[in-house]
Design a protein around this ligand. Structure first.
Ligand SMILES: Cc1cc2nc3c(=O)[nH]c(=O)nc-3n(C[C@H](O)[C@H](O)[C@H](O)COP(=O)(O)OP(=O)(O)OC[C@H]3O[C@@H](n4cnc5c(N)ncnc54)[C@H](O)[C@@H]3O)c2cc1C
Length: 307
């Protein structure tokens, strides 16, 4: 198995120095929140930034690179994902309190854990993270947000590794965070970030977090595999409203269906394929286009090849 992994390294002798976990043809669809889809041709889970830098520095430059955090916003097509996929683990680069209101945080940490750390430290402004099931890296990449706040409100700067393993840093104004978007190249891996909040009483932080959790529990499907919001909202409309008004709120395809709790969420009835999700999403896009001449844009990141 490891022999195959060596095929993607220009300097295979480096392999014995790697401290992370390597896999060939590893199913990652079932690691995603949608619980559907195919395998990564090669997968590496690095132990820390130096380890990741080492493998990147020895990687054949022709190998396509994909980076993931918690795979909560990703649909991996059933035919799988060619090249090297890197999953940043939760403990990657840890968490370091820099001041009363600033924290340096590794990119694999879950948003929820950072929210809880801020509660403990009395840092406000990051409560919204309690409601997003992704990692810090995934949140920065697509400027995730909810309840009126988003990553652009808290990011000071971001550390990256380039595709050949070199460390670089960018200030928040250099990564153009906008609604569910950034200008971060797919060849850059976010390794850590400095986030900024403000001093706030613990009970006020706790109250806001409880409110967010309660709202989510009552307005989003529970107990089903889902990728969260499927389509982006637009200045003039909410995606869920267009889905309801176009008559698609009861639609399904194979084992994928529109949630009856939130029509912009697609859920897995049990054994949906990635193809079921993509077909259902495309049916909705076509119907909304037909009814309103508005083109819905996927918020879920779709990667890989068709079966
Ligand atoms: C139940 C549910 C509720 C959700 N609610 C919300 C919500 O309220 N608001 C919201 O914005 N989103 C929401 N989401 C979507 C998702 O949780 C967020 O988009 C989250 O930020 C994705 O993080 P991730 O680590 O799972 O990213 P992944 O799915 O692993 O990756 C997403 C994208 O980020 C890139 N990426 C990930 N990590 C890195 C890295 N270290 N370096 C470079 N690129 C990276 C990937 O290449 C990919 O393009 C929800 C999802 C679910 C399942």
């Amino acid at each position: 198995m490891n022999k195959n992994f060596l095929d993607i390294l220009d300097r295979p002798e480096v392999f014995t120095d790697l401290k992370g976990k390597s896999f060939c043809n590893k199913s990652i669809g079932n690691m995603s929140w949608l619980k559907a889809g195919g395998s990564a041709e090669f997968l590496y889970i690095p132990s820390d930034e130096d380890d990741l830098s080492l493998i990147l520095g020895s990687l054949n430059p022709d190998v396509k690179l994909n980076t993931f955090g918690k795979l909560s916003n990703t649909l991996v097509r059933d035919g799988g994902l060619p090249g090297l996929s890197v999953i940043i683990p939760s403990n990657f680069e840890g968490i370091e309190v820099l001041s009363d209101t600033q924290i340096k945080v590794g990119s694999g940490l879950s948003d929820k854990v950072l929210a809880e750390k801020c509660l403990e430290l009395g840092i406000g402004g990051l409560e919204f993270l309690i409601g997003i099931p992704g990692s810090i890296g995934g949140g920065i990449f697509m400027n995730a947000g909810c309840f009126g706040s988003e990553f652009s409100d808290i990011i000071v700067d971001v550390n990256f590794l380039t595709k050949n393993g070199k460390k670089i840093n960018k200030k928040s104004n250099e990564i153009n965070l906008s609604y569910r978007n950034s200008n971060i190249s797919e060849d850059l891996i976010i390794t850590s970030s400095v986030v900024q909040g403000f001093l706030k009483k613990e009970f006020k932080i706790k109250n806001l977090m409880d409110e967010i959790v309660l709202k989510r529990n009552t307005s989003q499907p529970q107990g089903y595999a889902t990728g969260g919001s499927t389509f982006k909202n637009h200045n003039n409309f909410k995606a869920w409203e267009l889905i309801v008004k176009s008559g698609m709120s009861n639609a399904s395809f194979g084992e994928a269906m529109v949630s009856d709790i939130h029509s912009n969420f697609l859920i897995n009835k049990g054994s949906a394929s990635a193809g079921d999700f993509e077909a259902l999403g495309n049916m909705i896009i076509d119907k909304v286009k037909f009814e309103f001449d508005i083109l819905l844009e996927w918020e879920i990141n779709i990667v890989g090849e068709y079966e």
